[in-house]
Design a protein around this ligand. Sequence first.
Ligand SMILES: C[S@@+](CC[C@H](N)C(=O)[O-])C[C@H]1O[C@@H](n2cnc3c(N)ncnc32)[C@H](O)[C@@H]1O
Length: 229
Amino acid sequence: MAMELKKVVPFGRSLDEYVKMFNLTQEDLQKSILSVGDGPASFNAEGTKLGYKIKSVDPLYELTSEQIRSRFDEVVDNIIEQVKNSPNDWIWTYHGSPDGLRKNRERVIDIFCEDYERGKGENRYELGALPKLKYGDSAYNIGLCSHFLFLYSEQFDANFHFDSICEILRVCQEVRIFPLLTLSLMPSPHLQPVLAKLEAKGYSCEIHKVSYQLQRGGNEMIKIIKTES
Ligand SMILES: C[S@@+](CC[C@H](N)C(=O)[O-])C[C@H]1O[C@@H](n2cnc3c(N)ncnc32)[C@H](O)[C@@H]1O
């Protein structure tokens, strides 16, 4: 197993990582974006500064920034140690090394924490958890889900994945999910059954290669679009 995690960890990624993981174009970034399970990513903080319209949703947002930071501090040593102990599992073209990864994750959580209280006041960070969202039908153009669905396939079953993706597609015109591997670096066992059910419901599902890769083999993103009228 590449990595063992007792629970979903508060590790966040940057705007640049989101752009690469989701093949986001300048045109995409002008649209309204709902980032589900956004956790302590700096995507919202950095994107808002550039004028993008991003809403982040996560159950973690019941906590204060100090509590989120201390949960990060509790797990970071152990995770970087696990990464160092499994050198064949990782591709270092983006972060350079395990210490580079740590530095980037610390930079991201610093930016997140600095923005968090202001962002909560502006309703940019809202408490919420799949498989239900409180937003109206087609309220957002693009839904994103980074490092939650499919990654945690051992913790969340296929029905949870199907219901969650349908719910994001109720609220957003399309959803993009990355990565498609589990924490064990295996293709998610839920992917094909969930895709078959989505296609039967009239959704179009496309797997795209992306330029971002940290988990070895984890360089694919799925884009699911409503095709029914
Ligand atoms: C590994 S973090 C990824 C954070 C961010 N998306 C990123 O890639 O930087 C996974 C996130 O999923 C969130 N999460 C856990 N259960 C969830 C649920 N039922 N619905 C939405 N998000 C959930 C966690 O709180 C955590 O912030």
